[in-house]
Write a protein that binds this ligand. Structure first.
Ligand code: CTP
Length: 215
């Protein structure tokens, strides 16, 4: 069923890459599989989809507007520009919490006995920025936790002020083709059975579609 017909959905997916110099950087472990699966599931449900992706090895989904992003700052800028044209925002990207403040425009040369010192500075929280907009789209967040999944996820849902949060255990989900997730909304916790990321994405879309305001 085309449960998202007429809806415009914006997603972030994959990791971000924070440069140290032109050939090095700091990144997060994220294959992008869950975000890309969700982009395809939203498209298949009839939505017009924009996918803003960090670097991944995945093929671009067909019939999806695709914007490549590198750093968290560039992903943030791309999201803030695109968001006014969308009804739903799904933040799946594993955004680096910090970037290198003293990144070098030139390749750092190795000086024996003199390791460089990297200074880190905080990146913007893309999901929180979008959720705080005066006319914010319906926001969906993800939480990958390594322990105390439900407690951390519940706290994250409240902190980021999102109506729907998808929680999974990082050690199960990372790079894998399947996932075991729990959906958290105002009504509480909805655990889903373990399934592949395509199935999980469809289940998230079904739940999300049921929460959207009727137009
Ligand atoms: N997120 C984002 N921008 C950031 C950090 C996170 O949009 N700079 C989004 C992610 O896409 C995800 C959600 O926020 O939807 C959860 O991110 P996470 O990093 O797990 O949450 P944090 O608030 O950073 O908490 P912690 O790292 O302490 O678990």
């Amino acid at each position: 069923a085309k449960t998202l017909a007429g809806r415009r959905v914006l997603l972030t997916a994959g990791p971000t890459f924070e440069p140290i110099d032109p050939v090095r950087g700091i990144t997060n472990l994220s294959s992008g599989k869950m975000g890309y699966a969700l982009a395809r599931a939203c498209r298949d449900a009839g939505a017009e989809v924009t996918l803003i992706s960090g670097p991944t090895a995945l093929p671009r989904p067909a019939e999806v507007h695709f914007i490549a992003a590198g750093s968290a700052l560039s992903m943030h800028a791309a999201v803030m520009e695109a968001v006014p044209h969308h009804d739903v925002f799904i933040a799946v990207a594993a955004v680096a919490d910090y970037r290198v403040a003293n990144a070098s425009a030139e390749k750092l040369k190795k000086t024996p006995g003199q390791a460089p010192t990297l200074t880190l500075t905080e990146n913007p929280d893309i999901l929180a920025s979008v959720a705080a907009l005066p006319s914010a789209p319906f926001c969906v967040g993800f939480a990958a936790e390594s322990h105390n999944l439900l407690a951390h996820a519940q706290a994250k849902r409240e902190r980021k002020r999102v109506p729907l949060l998808v929680a999974n255990l990082a050690q199960h989900a990372m790079g894998a083709d399947d996932n075991e997730i729990v959906l958290l909304d105002d009504h509480g916790q909805h655990p889903l059975p373990r399934m592949d990321k395509t199935g999980a994405a469809r289940a998230i879309v079904a739940h999300l579609a049921g929460m959207l305001p009727i137009r």
